[in-house]
Design a protein. Structure first.
Length: 333
C-alpha cells in the first residue's frame, strides 16, 4: 500500500504556481479526440491551414466563395485539427536519486516530509512528475509515468480517465518498494544491483512502449555516460517525439561543501571510499561542470528543452518559469 501522505507530492504552493501553465507540444501530434494541440490530419476544426483546389465529389460547404469571386476558380478551405497530447514522464528511481541533503519543508514547501527529514532527488523528481501530469490531465490530455533504474520498474497506462491521477500518485509512491539502503553491503562488485542506473536499457524499453508521437519528459540526475544519454535521446528524436530533459541535482552535489575527511558511500554498489573532500573538490566541480555542459549541449543539439533543477529551490516557481519560456518559444514558431 502507498503511504497515506503520497498525494502531497503536489504541494498547494506548487499547484498555485503551475496554475496558469499550459503543456504544449512542439511537434504535430496524432490524437484521437479534440484538444489543444495541432494534428497532422487536415479536416474541419479551429485553425485555418490552406486552400486546396476543388475536385468533383468534395464537400461544397467548404468552398471559399471569396477566392472564387477573385479568381473564378473553386478552392476549398482546409483546417488544422486540434487534438490531444500523450505525456509520458520517465522518472529515475535509481539508488543515486535517493540522496538528499536539504530539508523538505525548507526547500520545497512540501507537506510530504517533515522539516527535520531530508528531501531527496527522487522526492523532487516525483513532485515534478506529479505537477506535469496534473497539468496534462487538467487539459484532458493522456498522461503516464514510468519509473526506472536498471530497467523499467513500473509504468502506468496512458489515460485521462477520472482515476488516472490516483494511479499516477500511487505509482510514484511505489518506488520505495525497490529502494536499496546499502547496495555495497550485500552485493558483489560485478553482480547486478537493484537500483543501479542503466539509461541505455531504459531508453530501449521506453522507446518500444511508445506507439505514437508523444511529449516525453525525462527527470533524472543523468549520472551516466554522456554517449549513452546521446544515443537514447537520438532514439527519441528519430521516432519524432518531443522531449523535455530535467536534470535534477542536490545542492551538495552542485557545490560539494564537504570539508572534513569522510567515508563516502556509493548508492549504486560503488562501495565505500575514504576521501579528503578538500583535496578533490576542484577536480570534482570541474568534472561535474563538464558533464552538465555536455548533457545540455546534447539536448540542445536535438532541439529538446533542457533545465537543471536544484532540489533546494522551490519547485513551483522554477517549473512555472521553465514552462512559460517553453510555451513562448513554441508560440514564436
Amino acid at each position: 500500500m502507498p503511504p497515506t501522505d503520497a498525494p502531497n507530492y503536489l504541494d498547494p504552493r506548487t499547484l498555485a504556481a503551475i496554475g496558469p501553465i499550459d503543456l504544449r507540444a512542439r511537434m504535430i501530434v496524432e490524437g484521437m479526440m479534440t484538444g489543444m494541440h495541432r494534428s497532422p490530419m487536415e479536416g474541419v476544426s479551429v485553425e485555418f491551414a490552406q486552400h486546396r483546389q476543388y475536385t468533383p465529389g468534395d464537400d461544397t460547404r467548404f468552398l471559399d466563395w471569396k477566392v472564387y469571386g477573385k479568381t473564378d476558380k473553386l478552392y476549398l478551405k482546409q483546417y488544422q485539427k486540434e487534438t490531444n497530447l500523450d505525456l509520458v514522464v520517465l522518472v529515475d528511481a535509481s539508488g543515486s536519486m535517493r540522496y538528499g541533503s536539504t530539508r523538505g519543508q525548507v526547500a520545497t514547501g512540501s507537506m510530504r516530509v517533515g522539516a527535520g527529514l531530508s528531501w531527496s532527488k527522487y522526492d523532487h523528481a516525483a513532485s515534478l512528475a506529479a505537477a506535469m501530469c496534473h497539468v496534462a490531465l487538467r487539459q484532458q490530455d493522456r498522461a503516464s509515468v514510468v519509473l526506472f533504474s536498471d530497467e523499467i520498474k513500473t509504468a502506468t497506462r496512458l489515460s485521462n480517465s477520472n482515476d488516472q491521477w490516483r494511479t499516477i500518485v500511487n505509482a510514484l509512491s511505489s518506488a520505495e518498494s525497490f529502494e536499496v539502503s546499502d547496495p555495497g553491503a550485500s552485493q558483489q562488485k560485478d553482480e547486478p544491483v537493484p537500483g543501479r542506473t542503466d539509461l541505455a536499457r531504459m531508453f530501449d524499453q521506453a522507446v518500444a512502449r511508445l506507439n505514437r508521437r508523444s511529449l516525453v519528459v525525462l527527470i533524472s540526475d543523468l549520472f551516466d555516460d554522456v554517449q549513452v544519454i546521446e544515443r537514447g535521446l537520438a532514439q527519441l528524436k528519430f521516432r519524432r517525439h518531443d522531449v523535455i530533459v530535467l536534470q535534477t541535482l542536490d545542492p551538495s552535489e552542485l557545490d560539494f561543501p564537504f570539508r572534513a575527511p569522510s567515508q563516502f558511500l556509493g548508492l549504486e554498489a560503488e562501495g565505500r571510499l575514504n576521501l579528503d573532500p578538500q583535496a578533490l573538490r576542484s577536480s570534482y566541480l570541474d568534472a561535474l561542470q563538464r558533464h552538465l555542459d555536455e548533457v545540455e549541449q546534447i539536448a540542445r543539439r536535438f532541439r529538446f528543452d533542457y533545465a537543471l533543477l536544484n532540489t533546494q529551490e522551490p519547485l513551483g516557481p522554477a517549473l512555472s518559469h521553465f514552462m512559460a519560456q517553453r510555451s513562448s518559444s513554441i508560440g514564436k514558431k
